[in-house]
Design a protein around this ligand. Structure first.
Ligand code: NAP
Length: 304
């Protein structure tokens, strides 16, 4: 019978932690992930701020978490939750329809995460996989000893620029302002490693012939444009929350589309909780994991 007490939609760090906690509560629980569990957490090249590990890659930590979660909860990967509907049927409050099945559940934890924002410039889509990438850890090796551009000025962009520089790529960071928003620690490494930075510049177009060959950049102060040859363009300009299921349930969102939750990870809809990058708040692994523990506990308490 496809009937559960807690269904967690999304198997990133937050979802896996919620699964570990839910599993140990003795309720009947399930994690459903549209891809491989781990989400975009798999792409983090190196983390130095997850307690217990001085340095660990996102991929490695996800694998450890997943192995631990599997001991506690059923996980369905490559299954996409297409809809969630509120019902009132023999104690079950929601029906989830996936591309494979239908599930009844008493509570739902939305851990649906986010996906890479796009620049929306000419050539970005055309050259995706042909020089344009949103994932340094996935594609960096193809660009060893080549010139690449990293777009963005946040923690992700700088972390990935450092990773690509360490791989042997010749990195130039292009940032639209005159200062980074990334942590000082990362800015110091960029300086110490002499990684080239072009401030006050935006990418106007990505050009090529089968593969990326150059970008047109615009100086935001003078409005002058110029063409820079490059073999690759890595784009790391933030994330968009996956809030489609939240919207189906009429869950309250803020102005950027992130789910609003209280301190118990409860949304405005009874028996719906949300955690991790889809929520308002600090985007950190350790935060998503903490929220997962809280949400699983809240759901359990609300069921009893
Ligand atoms: P982010 O912090 O939102 O930074 C996005 C960067 O891209 C900003 O520098 C922004 O410029 C730039 N940008 C946005 N739209 C742009 C556009 N259309 N064209 C050009 N540039 C654009 O995103 P993130 O670095 O991916 O990080 C996401 C979250 O994860 C953050 O909360 C971050 O702190 C967290 N994170 C933490 C760590 C860590 O703790 N080590 C590592 C990775 C990520 P402006 O600065 O001008 O707005």
């Amino acid at each position: 019978m496809n009937k559960y007490d807690i269904i967690i939609v999304g198997g990133g760090p937050g979802g896996l932690t919620a699964g570990i906690y839910a599993g140990r509560q003795g309720t009947k629980n399930l994690i459903i992930d549209k891809d491989l569990a781990g989400g975009i957490g798999r792409e983090v090249p190196e983390m130095e701020n997850y307690p217990g590990y001085e340095s660990i890659s996102g991929l490695k930590l996800v694998e450890i978490m997943k192995t631990q979660a599997e001991k506690n909860i059923e996980i369905h990967e490559f299954e996409n939750v297409e809809s969630i509907e509120k019902i009132n049927e023999n104690g079950y409050n929601f029906i989830l329809k996936t591309n494979k099945n239908e599930y009844f559940t008493k509570t739902v934890i939305l851990a649906t995460g986010s996906s890479h924002s796009h620049l929306n410039v000419t050539g970005e889509e055309e050259y995706l996989g042909k020089g344009v990438s949103y994932c340094a850890t996935c594609d960096g090796l193809f660009f060893q000893d080549q010139n690449i551009i990293m777009v963005g000025g946040g923690n992700s962009a700088l972390q990935e620029a450092i990773y690509l520089n360490n791989l042997g790529c010749n990195v130039t960071i292009i940032h639209r302002r005159d200062e980074f928003r990334a942590q000082k620690h990362l800015q110091d490494i960029i300086k110490n490693e002499n990684i080239n930075v072009i401030y006050n510049a935006t990418i106007e177009e990505i050009k090529g012939n089968m593969l990326v060959e150059s970008v047109i950049i615009k100086d935001t102060k003078t409005n002058q444009t110029k063409e820079i040859p490059t073999n690759g363009v890595f784009i790391s300009i933030g994330y968009k929350p996956h809030n489609k299921l939240a919207q189906q349930l009429n869950v309250d969102l803020n102005e950027t589309g992130h789910i609003i939750v209280d301190k118990e990870q409860k949304t405005n809809i009874e028996y719906v909780y949300a955690i991790g990058d889809v929520c308002v708040g600090l985007k950190q692994w350790v935060v998503a994991c903490g929220e997962g523990a809280i949400a699983a506990t809240s759901a359990y308490q609300d069921l009893n």
